[in-house]
Design a protein around this ligand. Structure first.
Ligand code: SAH
Length: 585
C-alpha cells in the first residue's frame, strides 16, 4: 500500500479525547483535530464539514470519532469525483466500534485492524476479498504498482468464486496471507516489470524496479522514455526513477520529463562526455550514469535508443539510494503566529521539508513536525551563517525550509539567503531549487486588528541600528514624517537598544502633530495578543518592547467608536488625500 501520511483524529467533544489519545499513540505524527471551544486538541477547527472536506482533498487519512452517518454526509459531495481517496474511518467515542468507510485501496482496512488492535475491538470489515484473504490484493505495498484495477477486481472475484492461484515472481508480502494457492493453477499473480499480456487469468503487479537514464534533455524526453519502455515490453508503472547527469541539475527539460513520467528525478556524476550532445557519445555517457549508481547486481542493462539507457531489475528500487536528488531551499514566512494565518503554500513547504532551519522560537512555531523532520534551531542572530548552513544542507540533496516570522522578505531571512548565494562560488549552491514563500507581515496583521491604518501610502522601517548607522534611520524617519507617510516600526526597541525609540519619536514629533494616531500591536496573532490605540503625544517608549509593532498614523489617519458591545475604535487612513501634504496641519 502507498505510504500514508499520519491520520487526523477528529473529535467533537471532550468525551472522545481518551479514545483519540489511544489512536494517536498508535501513529507517529498523528494529530488530534478538535472542534473549537468544545475540546482541546493539537489543531482547532470551527466547521466539521469544511474541515473534513479539506482533509479529504489533501489526502489526509481521517479517523473521525463520531457517527458514521455524519462523516458520510460531510464527504458525500466529494465522492463522485475521481482521485486518490485517503482512508476514512468512523470510531465510536468510547472506542467500542471501528468502522472503515472509504479508502479500500489505500489501506483503510489495514488501519481498521491496527486501530482495532489498539482499542481491543474487532473492526467492522466488510470488504469480501479482505475478509477472505486477510489482505487487499489490489493494494500492493510500497514499491509495487497494480497493472490494472479493473482486471484486478475481476481476478479477486474469480478467487472469491473458488479459483486457486499460483504466484510467479517474488511477492514476499503474500507469504503470510491466506490465499488459495496452487502451483498448478491457471490463475496467476505475476510480479514482474513486464507489461500485462492481456491474459484475464493473471493479476499483474509491477515492482518499481526500472531506472531510465538520459544524458540529454529535450521536449520529447518523456515520450522517448515511454517508447523505450514499450519497445522492451516493460510496463510504465515499473519505472522507479529518471536519472540525469549531476551537472544538469536545474535543467527544466529534465524536470518536466520526470514530472510527465510521474517519477522522481535523480542525479548521478557522469564523465564529461555526458554533457555533449552527439548521439553516440550521449548514448555512451548515459551508460556511465548507470555505472555511477548502486543498482542491484541482477539488474539487466538495455540500450533503448534516443540516448536512453534502461536498467531493469526484479525487485523494487529504493530511489533514495540512487545518486542524489536536487536539493531544495524554501524561505518561508510563518505569519504572525496563529496557524490560520500561515498560508497553505507555506504549510505545504513545511510539510515537504526534510529540514527546518531558523531561530528557535520560529522553528517551534512551525511545528508540530513530522517524524523524521530535522530541526536546526539556533539562538544566534547570525542570519548569514544560518543561510549558509541551509545551502549546505540543500546542496546535499535535502529539502530545507528556512523559517521567519511574518514575511521572510521583511527584515528577515530571505535577503540573507540571497546575499549568501550571491557571494558563493560553490556551484552546488547555485543548482539548489530556491523559492521564497510570502507570509503575513506583523504590520499587516496589526493593521487588520486595528482597522485599516495602512489604507493609504505607508512605509516600513526597522529601528534597529545593528546593521545600519543610526544617522540613516533618523534621516529616513525625518523624510517619511515630512512626506506624511504612515509608518510601521519593526524592531522598535530592545535591551541592547534602549534609547533609540525615544530619539525616533523626537524626530517624528518635530514634524507630526501630538494628536497623530498611533497603534501598538503586541504578540499579534499569538497567545496574549494586545492591541492599543494611543497618540504620538501620549506614547511612551516604556509601553513598547521588541514584540511590539508600532504604527504611527499620517495626518489623515482617524478613528471612530466601534459601537455595539465592542470596546475601542476603528482606526483607518482614508484612501483619498485632500491636503497638499502639510503634515503639521
Ligand atoms: N519578518 C517579520 C519581521 C521581523 S522583525 C515580519 O514580517 O513580521 C521583528 C519585529 O517584527 C519585532 O521586533 C516586532 O516589531 C515585529 N513583530 C513580529 N511579530 C510580531 C507580532 N506577532 N506582533 C507584533 N509585532 C511583531
Amino acid at each position: 500500500m502507498a505510504s500514508l501520511m499520519p491520520p487526523a483524529i477528529v473529535v467533537l467533544g471532550p468525551g472522545a479525547l481518551a479514545t483519540a489519545q489511544r489512536v494517536k499513540a498508535r501513529y507517529a505524527g498523528a494529530q488530534i483535530h478538535a472542534l473549537q471551544e468544545r475540546a482541546q486538541g493539537d489543531v482547532a477547527f470551527s466547521g466539521l464539514s469544511d474541515h473534513l472536506r479539506e482533509l479529504y482533498r489533501r489526502g489526509t487519512p481521517i479517523v473521525a470519532l463520531c457517527a458514521a452517518g455524519i462523516v458520510i454526509r460531510c464527504l458525500a459531495p466529494l465522492l463522485a469525483s475521481k482521485g486518490v481517496e485517503p482512508p476514512v474511518l468512523a470510531l465510536a467515542e468510547d472506542g467500542s466500534a471501528v468502522v472503515p468507510l472509504l479508502g479500500g485501496l489505500t489501506g483503510v482496512n489495514v488501519m481498521a485492524r491496527e486501530i482495532g488492535a489498539a482499542l481491543e475491538t474487532a473492526p467492522a470489515i466488510t470488504t469480501s476479498g479482505e475478509l477472505r484473504f486477510g489482505t487487499c490484493l489490489l493494494n500492493p505495498p510500497d514499491g509495487y504498482a497494480l497493472s490494472s484495477l479493473a482486471q484486478g477486481k475481476r481476478f479477486v472475484s474469480d478467487l472469491l468464486a473458488g479459483e486457486a492461484t499460483r504466484i510467479d515472481g517474488a511477492a514476499p508480502w503474500l507469504d503470510t496471507v491466506n490465499l488459495p494457492r496452487d502451483p498448478a493453477a491457471r490463475h496467476a499473480i505475476r510480479v514482474s516489470p513486464h507489461a500485462w499480456d492481456g491474459n484475464p487469468e493473471h493479476l499483474v503487479i509491477h515492482p518499481r524496479s526500472v531506472v531510465a537514464a538520459a544524458s540529454v534533455a529535450h521536449a520529447l524526453l518523456a515520450e522517448h522514455v515511454r517508447e523505450a519502455l514499450s519497445a522492451n515490453g516493460i510496463a510504465h508503472e515499473a519505472l522507479a526513477a529518471l536519472v540525469a547527469p549531476a551537472a544538469r541539475m536545474g535543467d527544466a527539460a529534465f524536470e518536466q520529463a520526470a514530472s510527465a513520467l510521474d517519477v522522481p528525478l535523480r542525479f548521478a556524476e557522469a564523465i564529461d562526455a555526458a554533457c555533449r550532445t552527439e548521439a553516440t557519445e550521449a548514448a555512451e555517457a548515459t551508460h556511465t550514469l548507470l555505472d555511477a549508481l548502486s543498482l542491484p547486481a541482477s539488474a539487466q542493462r538495455l540500450a533503448a535508443g534516443h540516448g536512453i539507457a534502461l536498467s531493469v531489475a526484479h525487485e523494487p528500487i529504493d530511489v533514495h539510494t540512487l545518486g542524489a536528488a536536487r536539493g531544495k531551499l524554501t524561505v518561508l514566512g510563518l505569519g504572525p503566529g496563529r496557524a490560520d494565518l500561515l498560508t497553505p503554500m507555506a504549510r505545504a513547504a513545511l510539510d515537504e521539508a526534510t529540514d527546518i532551519v531558523g531561530y528557535s522560537t520560529y522553528v517551534e512555531m512551525a511545528g508540530p513536525l513530522r517524524p523524521g523532520q530535522v530541526r536546526h534551531a539556533t539562538d544566534n542572530r547570525e542570519e548569514l551563517q544560518r543561510a549558509r548552513h541551509a545551502f549546505e544542507l540543500a546542496s546535499a540533496g535535502r529539502r530545507v525550509a528556512v523559517v521567519s516570522s511574518g514575511d521572510p522578505g521583511v527584515f528577515a531571512m530571505a535577503a540573507a539567503v540571497l546575499e549568501a548565494l550571491e557571494a558563493s562560488h560553490e556551484p552546488h549552491w547555485h543548482r539548489v531549487e530556491l523559492a521564497i514563500v510570502p507570509g503575513v507581515s506583523a504590520a499587516l496583521a496589526t493593521a487588520a486588528r486595528a482597522g485599516a491604518p495602512l489604507g493609504h501610502d505607508f512605509c516600513m522601517l526597522s529601528l534597529s541600528d545593528n546593521l545600519k548607522p543610526w544617522s540613516v534611520i533618523e534621516k529616513r524617519l525625518r523624510h517619511a514624517a515630512l512626506a506624511d507617510l504612515v509608518m510601521a516600526f519593526y524592531n522598535p526597541i530592545s535591551r541592547a537598544r534602549p534609547w533609540q525609540l525615544d530619539r525616533a519619536l523626537e524626530v517624528v514629533r518635530e514634524v507630526r502633530a501630538p494628536g497623530t494616531r498611533v497603534v501598538l500591536g503586541r504578540d499579534v496573532g499569538r497567545p496574549g495578543e494586545t492591541l492599543r490605540a494611543t497618540t504620538l503625544g501620549a506614547l511612551k517608549s516604556s509601553e513598547v518592547d521588541m514584540r511590539t509593532m508600532v504604527i504611527v498614523g499620517s495626518s489623515a489617519t482617524r478613528g471612530f467608536s466601534r459601537g455595539g458591545s465592542e470596546d475601542g475604535e476603528w482606526i483607518y487612513t482614508p484612501r483619498w488625500y485632500a491636503d497638499g501634504g502639510d503634515a503639521r496641519g
